[in-house]
Design a protein around this ligand. Sequence first.
Ligand code: PMP
Length: 318
Amino acid sequence: MASPFDSVRWIWVNGEMVPFADAKVHLLTHALHYGSAWFEGIRCYETVSGSAVFRLRDHMVRLETSCKLYRADLPYTVDELCRATVETIQANELPACYIRPIIWRGFGSVGVNPLPCPVEAAIAVWPWGSYLGEGAADAGVDVCVSSWRRTNSESLPSIAKAAGGYLNCQLVKMEALLAGFAEGIALDSDGYVSEGSSENLFLVQDGVLWTPPLCCSILPGITRDTVLKIAQEDGIPVREEHISRGALYACDELFLTGTAAEITPVRSVDRIPVRAHGPGPVTRQLQARFNAVIRGETLDRHGWLTPVPALVPVGAGG
Ligand code: PMP
């Protein structure tokens, strides 16, 4: 069966392009035992003027912040990681792809103390379609409220995108999938709505856009920020305030945001249909504006698109 990785030739590892099959780590890698890795998920899109990475610098700054929180000295600057990302896409000749930069504590010693371990870096790219299923952006998805709570950010800072934290997300995701839902929504430790296993959440009630604030143990999503900025530009009133579980069932529209999921409408929660039962008018408006931005069809006023110039093979052309 064809795999999205069949078309991947190179992975950038610690400053070098390494053939896909050779990009490996030692079994005693600290991150494997203790979850000490930090990563990003970024997308490169085909725009009207060639391939471009969406909000590349913002993602790398978040990666830098994640490492800083865990006292891991990032061996590369944000600019170096941005350049390496563009080079990795070029090397693999992928016009559109998902990008996974990862920083991890490698092999140095085995024990909880991570400080003796080297900090290593890699950037992988591969083609990746719709995360929550084909057609999800139009039809919407069915979700449930998870029985698992989102890890409290007093114990694990949710502003850091750390590998270890994703054990909580895996519990939410598996429970949802095995019960026949596309995604699970975790509440925070106080019972307010937090986020999906890898998406932030928005609801629309009486024309107002609501999303949980950062203090509800959410990852500060870059798509969330994009939606907030677009809504502001479009004059849609926004409230970053606590959302009760009940509001999920009562709202007019509900959608999830994330680099992988983009803007995915929710059509039911725990089998209770959301009033719009698919993308409602505000969701559609935001999706259309978001799609125009990522495809470079509107003025890039925030400098969100980093072009990936196509490499001209040596000896080609006139
Ligand atoms: N929350 C979690 C837990 C995530 O893993 C993600 C995906 N990175 C998001 C939210 C959405 O963040 P972004 O829009 O930056 O992809």
